[in-house]
Design a protein around this ligand. Structure first.
Ligand code: MGP
Length: 228
């Protein structure tokens, strides 16, 4: 579902809810009267559940808390999965209740990955993959983070199957958003994803793609294999 459509359907849902609430308000209920749950209230609740808009995939938010990160522990030991959602409405419910990158503490990593894919090089789905990475100055990544999430969950990439998820990393000098994909060697798919990502975010800088294999072996000396 496209971004604009998602925004429209959420608004439509809210309008429906207001209408239903208004109808309920029309029923004459005396002050102090105990209102039993009726078939109407049950059908209102089932209607609300039935009108949630399912996403193509389920997604999970993960958080790596810098306070719990310790150089002594194995990497990833402080990574926690926070919330899984599979509808447009539940996405907004979660997104509106977690801090946006500009409000996160330095050192934090907030991930959103397809359900059952762990945000680690070691995950079998990620193992042969890589990442596109964008950099932002301090506190300037909130909108790009939201647009990245909407592009992923809204199925907007031509090579959507290639997407694993995304992570925003808050560091002292600024934020980075990384888009993780599955088959690093598939240059056509990766370059298409990189170009579309830049368009969705209206990002004018150049963006590089690093293979996880290179990052594992060479750490910070890993070089971009593709650039768009
Ligand atoms: P980072 O946090 O992605 O880079 O990885 P950053 O922000 O440049 O570094 P930071 O020190 O400011 O946080 C930092 C280091 O974490 C890497 O060099 C790896 O040693 C380790 N690391 C990162 N990731 C994503 C993984 C992973 O998926 N698996 C393992 N085993 N280690 C990782």
């Amino acid at each position: 579902m496209a971004t604009a459509e998602m925004e429209k359907t959420t608004t439509f849902d809210e309008a429906e809810k207001v209408k239903l609430n208004a109808n309920e308000a029309d029923d004459e209920v005396e002050e102090g009267e105990i209102v039993e749950e009726t078939d109407d209230t049950t059908s209102y609740l089932s209607k609300e559940i039935a009108t949630k808009h399912p996403l193509e995939h389920s997604w999970t938010f993960w958080f790596d808390n810098p306070v719990e990160k310790s150089k002594q522990d194995a990497w990833g030991s402080s990574l926690r999965n926070v919330y899984t959602f599979s509808t447009v409405e539940d996405f907004w419910g979660a997104y509106n209740n977690i801090h946006h990158p500009s409000k996160l503490v330095v050192g934090a990593d907030l991930h959103c990955f397809k359900h059952k894919i762990e945000p680690k090089w070691e995950d079998p789905v990620c193992a042969n993959g890589g990442t596109w990475k964008m950099s932002f100055s301090k506190g300037k990544s909130d909108t790009s983070w939201l647009y990245t999430l909407l592009a992923m969950i809204g199925h907007q990439f031509d090579h959507e199957d290639e997407i694993c998820g995304a992570v925003v990393s808050v560091r002292g000098k600024g934020e980075k958003i990384s888009l993780w994909t599955k088959n690093a060697a598939n240059e056509t798919a990766q370059v298409s994803i990189g170009k579309q990502w830049k368009q969705f975010l209206d990002y004018s800088g150049s963006v590089g793609f690093i293979f996880h294999d290179d990052a594992k072996r060479l750490d910070r000396n890993a070089k971009n294999r593709y650039t768009v």
